[in-house]
Design a protein around this ligand. Structure first.
Ligand code: BES
Ligand code: ZN
Length: 633
């Protein structure tokens, strides 16, 4: 009987994305349930994956991998358990930079498979021939030392200096460089893993972790909630753990751990606030691992275990909004997930909005307002840049990334325009209603993919309900499918930052740096201060500011980055050694790109940039070095 249902559905798959499929097991074994009653929705086409999840869908992965720091490889196997959603006997997977040794079907027989050519931004199609009764396949493989997801560090690149280190970064489409899988965010599966490493090291994953070193270097992991492949994560190093609250804590290398414990003291308060806002935390435990400085992002929301850059450990807790952000992804992103990378704003825009709400609850309105106004400043810059360079379509929330690197969508538009869209809805309907709506949205769509069109429908059905006056106040279509900022956009303003603005004006009108009133300024006052000077400084003014405020020697990486942008533009010589030092120790792309970009605007600067890059490159993760290579070419 189920075969008939399936053939009907099979024909309809491409026609409707709202249609639901019942997953049926083909097993003739009478003990097996025939229909699992699981409801699996049809996924929209993902322009960045070869996989065929509407025919066969991976529901569980078991990894068994040995970590070799000598050969810089992971090697072992991935068993993929499948849900069969059509008659198809060809399983299509994503792979890249992998050496496939063999593939076994669950009956123990070697499978026939084909590994396609490597296509830019895509990787390779791995197609495996199945039998009618196949329910799982095991792929034996080895990663390449060049795997773009993985960074292998020498002991000298770590804080401890004694042990090697490994970490992964799978988002957006790099999971396929260490795990052959259906590397599309709409596909969700549970996973388990056995990781074999040296007993001196601890292995951690985006899963249930152990807090102690194993005696044999073998670690077992379980992720019981379904996740997308871009959330597969592994790190191996000399790490220590400290509990920070009821269900949270931090891992870091021993020389860093005490600083991290102090910096992240508010983690439990953030979790509690988040739960009060939008419902229960679905992943039980929330830990953060602080990685070495080459980590290419600020943070990555790997479930149960956020990966974070050490550049947020500023010594004054001033950069912990990043933790609020990654924590917020436990709802927006990890629970309700962008179906394709064109819907990326559903992950990041919701998360920045949610982050803002957590920050307001934990640190108060005045601080939140500063962060929000800084966000609007960044957004306006990004919109101007994209508009001038002819990429105005990239200022839409809904993107068209077909044939492009999904990284192209990683701009302030998804983050900040997304946030301000949600803020606009909040203002139009009122906070109480909007919060109730969001809480339901996360509950209704938990562990499911979401796309832009379905979000629009959900918004209409549950909140706007066809009320044309509300639509006028918001203009959702203009936000989602239109350029720049719609007329309904808010105009955030922070009293604290008005104070800063006054001092900037004073200085530009001839007051000395020493005369400025900088009492009680925090990191974000300074960031606003530095940004207000865009295009308005000369070497003399820069020197005066540096002498008064010591920017070149700041211990805060955000301040350093904003300051160095000015220094490079102006050719401010005294900062040169500090800039070189920064670019050769920090690998966070958000800091590197703007600095190298400014260098690349003159021939001389470009030569300088290339010189630094040659030294720094071995220490950068592929995500960063690929971007810098593009800038300097
Ligand atoms: N998920 C992102 C990082 C990401 C996005 C990696 C797309 C690869 C592709 C993460 O949550 C993030 O947004 N990190 C930001 C920090 C945040 C506070 C804005 C970062 O890394 O700077
Ligand atoms: Zn994010």
């Amino acid at each position: 009987m189920h075969t008939t249902i399936k053939s009907i559905l099979f024909g309809a798959i491409s026609l409707s994305a709202i249609l639901q499929l019942s997953s049926c097991k083909m097993n003739s074994n009478a003990d097996e349930k025939v229909n699992t009653d699981e409801v699996v929705s049809v996924l929209a086409t993902d322009a960045h994956s070869y996989s065929n999840p509407n025919d066969l869908r991976v529901k569980h992965i078991h990894l068994d991998l040995a970590v070799s720091f000598d050969s810089r490889t992971l090697s072992g196997s991935a068993r993929l358990d499948l849900n069969r959603l059509s008659e198809s006997n060809i399983l299509k997977l994503d792979a890249r930079q992998l050496t496939i040794d063999s593939i076994l079907l669950d009956n123990g027989v070697k499978a026939k498979y084909k590994l396609g050519e490597d296509v830019e931004y895509f990787g390779q199609e791995l197609s495996v021939d199945l039998l009618d009764e196949t329910e799982s396949v095991t792929i034996f493989y080895t990663t390449s030392p060049e795997s773009e997801a993985l960074q292998w560090l020498n002991p000298t690149q770590t804080a401890g200096g004694k042990h090697p280190y490994l970490f992964s970064q799978s988002q957006a489409i790099l999971a396929r460089t260490w795990v052959p899988c259906q590397d599309s965010p709409g596909v969700k599966f549970t996973y388990s893993a056995t990781i074999r490493t040296s007993p001196e090291l601890i292995a951690l994953m985006s899963a249930e972790n152990s807090y102690e070193r194993s005696t044999d270097g073998i670690y077992e992991f379980q992720m019981k909630q379904p996740i997308s492949s871009y959330l597969l994560a592994l790190t191996v190093g000399d790490l220590e753990y400290r509990k920070l609250g009821r269900n949270c804590g931090v891992f870091a290398e021993p020389p860093m751990i005490e600083k991290c414990v102090w910096e992240f003291a508010d983690m439990q308060a953030m979790i509690d606030s988040a739960e009060q806002l939008y419902g229960p935390y679905a992943w039980d435990q929330y830990d953060v691992v602080v990685l070495p400085p080459s980590f290419p992002f600020g943070g990555m929301e790997n479930p149960r275990l956020t990966f974070a850059t050490p550049t947020i450990v500023a010594g004054d807790r001033s950069l912990v909004a990043l933790i609020a952000h990654e924590l917020a992804h436990s709802w927006s992103g990890n629970l309700v997930t962008n179906e394709t990378w064109n819907d990326f704003w559903l992950n990041e825009g919701f998360t920045v909005y949610f982050e803002q709400r957590i920050m307001e609850k934990v640190y108060g309105k005045a601080y939140e307002e500063m962060l929000t106004e800084l966000g609007m400043g960044d957004l306006k810059h990004t919109i101007a840049r994209l508009t001038e360079s002819g990429d105005v379509d990239d200022t839409h929330l809904y993107l068209d990334l077909d044939g492009r690197n999904p990284d192209d969508g990683l701009t302030d538009v998804a983050y900040e325009k997304g946030r301000f869209f949600l803020q606009t809805i909040e203002k139009a309907v009122g906070r109480v209603q909007f919060d109730a709506f969001l809480k339901h949205y996360f509950a209704d769509n938990a562990f499911k993919p979401m796309n832009t069109q379905r979000f629009e429908a959900y918004l209409d059905e549950h909140l706007l309900k066809g009320d044309s006056a509300l639509y006028e106040k918001i203009l959702p279509k203009a936000w989602i499918y239109g350029p720049g900022l719609p007329s309904t956009a808010p105009n955030p303003s922070s009293k604290e930052l008005v104070r800063v603005n006054d001092q900037v004006e004073l200085f530009l009108n001839g007051a000395s740096a020493e005369q400025l009133d900088i009492k009680d300024w925090t990191t974000h006052h300074w960031l606003y201060f530095l940004r207000k000077f865009d295009g308005k400084l000369d070497v003399e003014k820069a020197a005066a500011l540096d002498n008064a405020f010591g920017f070149t020697n700041s211990g805060n990486n955000e301040i350093l980055c904003d300051w160095f942008k000015h220094c490079i533009e102006l050719g401010y010589e005294p900062a040169r050694p500090a800039i070189e030092q920064f670019l050769t120790t920090v690998g966070r792309r958000k800091f590197l790109s703007p600095l190298y970009e400014r260098m690349a605007t003159t021939e001389e600067g470009k030569a300088w940039g290339r010189e630094i890059f040659a030294k720094a490159k071995p220490g950068y993760h592929a995500v960063s070095s690929n971007s810098i290579e593009d800038i300097l070419q």
